[in-house]
Design a protein around this ligand. Structure first.
Ligand SMILES: [Zn+2]
Length: 166
């Protein structure tokens, strides 16, 4: 995906389907923060910007644990600020603090879908199945437009659910 925010937006509809069991903060952070990696390599001027964090080895292990720790503490320390932010964003929250297992599962989903969508649409993302193999066998070339369109449809659906949220 060329645009990082689409990763999070494409998943948001599941929050509106089940606000009690889907943590919007864990989902957003986990689907977004992986792109700190290409941002970093862009800033230091390295041509290969999707590296080890854009692979299932870390996206399904260390990454969701790190996100879970961060989100869990933010929810406990800044509960009031989150209520304010969620209301301002019209997320119509029922709660802002989620059990740690829910935070973890949402973080896992965000990390997984990020790498999953990226592996079809990015040519140079060689760590996808690392350390099993180096290189990206999933890149679809021009057919990656199908994945891009699927994500766009999910984004539009999420926005529709958002506008209907109560
Ligand atoms: Zn990415």
């Amino acid at each position: 995906m060329p645009l990082t925010p689409l990763h999070a937006l494409s998943l948001m509809f599941i929050y509106f389907k089940d606000k009690k069991r889907v943590d919007p903060l864990a989902l957003t952070v986990s689907a977004t923060f992986i792109d700190l990696e290409p941002l970093y390599y862009l800033l230091v001027g390295e041509p290969l910007d999707h590296r080890i964090w854009h692979g299932f080895a870390l996206a399904l292990t260390a990454y969701p644990i790190l996100v879970t720790i961060g989100v869990y503490f933010v929810e406990r320390l800044f509960g009031k600020k989150l209520w304010f932010a969620y209301n301002a964003l019209r997320l119509k929250p029922k709660q802002v603090r989620y059990p740690i297992l829910i935070v973890y599962l949402c973080s896992l989903l965000g990390g997984f879908t990020h790498v999953f969508f990226d592996m079809f649409t990015h040519k140079d993302i060689p760590y996808v199945t690392y350390p099993l193999a180096y290189g990206n066998p999933f890149y679809l070339g021009t057919a990656s437009i199908i994945v891009e369109m699927t994500v766009i449809i999910l984004v539009v659906y999420s926005i529709l659910e958002w506008t209907k949220a109560k």
